[in-house]
Design a protein around this ligand. Structure first.
Ligand code: HEM
Length: 467
């Protein structure tokens, strides 16, 4: 049970000699009541869908006084995220309110002229042409992390979710702030964000009751203290960057350099702070959950895991695999693609309609919440064969049909760090799989969605050495 009036869905998980259907909630057989909807949303935003939702389509309903529009058909997704982005560019208030305490007016939740001004700067800082600059932090942090795993006593149980979060937090911390960041400051940043993310709640009752901007979120003292510490640390790092040129090619130094760029308006200290926090927040949990789910899927699909090991051994032989090998790791990439299909790290994209509009034959009210839901889209039975099965090979031959696979979103607000995230996921998976076999302990796996999609309570695993 998930509390009074709300029955948690049963989890489905099936396996056979040549197939694996990883954990997903059993669809509901009847529409949820209001109480179930609200409590279900607080528990997990993927737990309340009915069978008919697992097909592409559009729908409209109300939660209290708010119209909710589901736009989950390729043509509707194209309209909301690409062609009519001007109408639907604003993020839904629950997400904005949940994140504003940490990232202020950062790109992820800004819109209008502010977003338009900053997007090119942030996109430039993480652009795929600059990926090589981040090869060193990605490789060295992962290699150090692998040494820590190697030093564990045999049979030790780890939480893969926590470990992957620590790994990607360290990579993004070094990429954003540079290698000069003091160890204490790095730890403070990582701990502050972890405290915040563990407690963040993306359901905003005020918005559903009729307040178009939702209610400001009040955090408990623990989170307030964590956020305050985080802000102090980031402010200090920003000031250090402004005071002296470290000569490092970090994301922050790139943003700082635009202060002297005559083509761009200068980013103030607060803007630098917000964008640095945004890059950290947007750029670590997403890759961490992708890696966590990949370990779970591979461990349950021995044929896919064997092919991964074969590819890594063929590409790298006896030497450590590295950044330069990433383009050759097509199976590894297919595993990550398929992982993000089954478990999209951000499973729901929410927008606020800036004015009345029409999506298909649905009349959308001004200020309605418009949802694009990769969780459902990626499992739509009319778009995917055997949608609930783990089959990485589906990504080898052909790319998916347009607007049927959108783990990084699409359109002007597409993930700015998609190449960074994809490269990082493939590289970390390959570097760790070269040395270790990750084995979940068999505890039940329950996907749970707040802002991101994680296994509830983490993923306990043991590690076996390969080499
Ligand atoms: C597997 C890894 C990742 C996934 C699946 C992912 C996914 C996404 C998605 C779906 C969005 C749009 C959300 C929405 O429209 O509501 C987004 C936005 C964003 N992501 Fe990522 N992301 C990943 C990694 C990263 C990394 C590594 C960075 C930075 C280094 C990053 C930076 C951003 C930024 C700045 C935005 C806001 C863009 C805007 O609104 O203009 N992401 N990401």
């Amino acid at each position: 049970m998930g509390g009074w009036g709300y029955q948690r869905p049963r989890m489905i998980e099936r396996r056979g000699a040549d197939f694996f259907e990883p954990a997903h909630p059993e669809p509901r057989t009847r529409r949820a009541t209001l109480v179930e909807t609200v409590l279900g949303a607080r528990h997990s935003l993927i737990s309340n869908w009915m069978e008919k939702s697992y097909a592409s389509g559009c729908d409209s309903f109300r939660i209290m006084r708010r119209q909710i529009v589901i736009a989950n058909r390729p043509d509707a997704i194209r309209q909301v995220l690409v062609t009519d982005n001007a109408i639907f560019e604003r993020k839904g208030p629950p997400v904005r309110r949940a994140l504003e305490g940490v990232i202020g007016k950062g790109l992820f939740i800004s819109d209008g002229p502010l977003w338009a001004e900053r997007r090119p700067l942030v996109a430039d800082a993480v652009h795929k042409n600059r990926l090589a600059a981040f090869a060193a932090p990605m490789e060295s942090v992962t290699a150090e992390f692998a040494e820590r795993w190697a030093a564990l006593p045999a049979g030790a149980t780890r939480d893969a979710q926590a470990d992957m979060a620590a790994l990607t937090a360290e990579i993004i911390t070094r990429a954003v702030f540079g290698a000069q960041l003091r160890a204490g400051a790095a730890r403070a940043v990582i701990e502050g964000f972890t405290q915040f993310q563990d407690r963040v709640d993306s359901f905003n009752i005020g918005y559903f009751l009729g307040l178009d901007e939702g209610l400001r979120v009040r955090h408990g003292w623990r989170v307030r203290r964590a956020i305050a510490g985080l802000h102090r640390t980031i402010e200090q790092v920003v000031e250090d960057h402004l005071a002296s040129d470290s000569g490092e090619d970090s994301l922050l130094s790139r943003l700082v350099s635009h202060r002297d760029d005559e083509h761009h308006r200068k980013l103030g200290v607060q803007a630098l702070h917000d964008e640095a926090a945004t890059l950290f927040l947007a750029g670590h949990e997403t890759t961490a959950t992708t890696l966590t789910w990949a370990w779970y899927l591979l461990a349950n699909a021995p044929w896919a895991e064997a092919r991964l090991h074969e590819e890594i051994d063929r590409v790298a032989g006896d030497r450590p695999i590295g950044f330069a090998d990433v383009p050759k790791l097509s199976w590894c990439r297919a595993v990550i693609d398929e992982t993000m299909r089954l478990y999209p790290p951000i499973p729901i994209y929410s927008r606020q309609a800036s004015r009345a509009a029409k999506i298909g034959d649905i009349e959308v009210e001004s200020q309605a919440m418009v949802l694009v839901i990769p969780w459902l889209l990626h499992r739509a039975r009319d778009l995917w064969q055997e949608p609930n099965l783990f089959r990485p090979e589906r990504f080898l031959a052909n790319r998916p049909a347009p607007f049927s696979y959108i783990p990084f979103s699409v359109g002007p607000r597409v993930c700015a760090g998609a190449s960074f995230g994809m490269t990082e996921a493939v590289l970390c998976l390959a570097m760790l799989a070269q040395r270790f076999v990750v084995r979940p302990t068999g505890a039940p796996v329950v996907p749970i969605c707040r802002l991101t999609l994680r296994p509830e309570g983490g993923l306990p695993v043991t590690l076996e050495r390969r080499h």
